[in-house]
Write a protein that binds this ligand. Structure first.
Ligand code: HEM
Length: 124
């Protein structure tokens, strides 16, 4: 595994761990309110994750317009970000946070499966 891919996957693991922690805290009605732990660190990790992905794609000559799996992955990342945002930021009916959190985790599972198999439908 190349160093960059290792970095990318390490960032995925940290990002997912932070998202899960914040989601569980939100679920139990005690949202993380520390600026650093709740925003700055996760935002930095996620930015580095996206940058490492773009560099990987550039170096490995894969592009979303040529490789369907990467297009599917990017589309799923947008969906993940939207549901992740609602899961962590929405203030109101807590069921909306919870359902969004579960959908975001399922979409994340899809993203990892697509990245690993390089197939749009990884389970087929
Ligand atoms: C939420 C964001 C992301 C997640 C969770 C994610 C997840 C992963 C994972 C788990 C792998 C390793 C697959 C394996 O070898 O088992 C991977 C590889 C890769 N990712 Fe990402 N990624 C993300 C963002 C991106 C972005 C934004 C790009 C490009 C624009 C990208 C491009 C790639 C490429 C080119 C590989 C190498 C695929 C290969 O093994 O040949 N990733 N990603």
């Amino acid at each position: 595994m190349s160093g960059l891919l290792l970095l990318h996957v390490t960032l995925v693991v940290i990002s997912l761990a932070l998202f899960t922690w914040r989601g569980v805290r939100m679920w139990s009605g005690r949202p993380v309110d520390s600026r650093r732990a709740g925003r700055l660190i996760p935002d930095t990790i996620d930015t580095l994750l996206l940058i490492s992905g773009v560099v990987l794609a550039y170096l490995w000559h894969v592009a979303p317009w040529a490789d369907g799996w990467l297009a599917a992955k990017l589309a799923a990342i947008v969906v993940y970000i939207l549901f992740g945002f609602v899961a962590l930021q929405y203030r109101g009916d807590r069921r909306i946070n919870r359902v969004s959190f579960i959908i975001a985790l399922l979409v994340m599972g899809y993203i990892v499966a697509v990245a690993h198999t390089m197939q749009i439908w990884p389970w087929l």
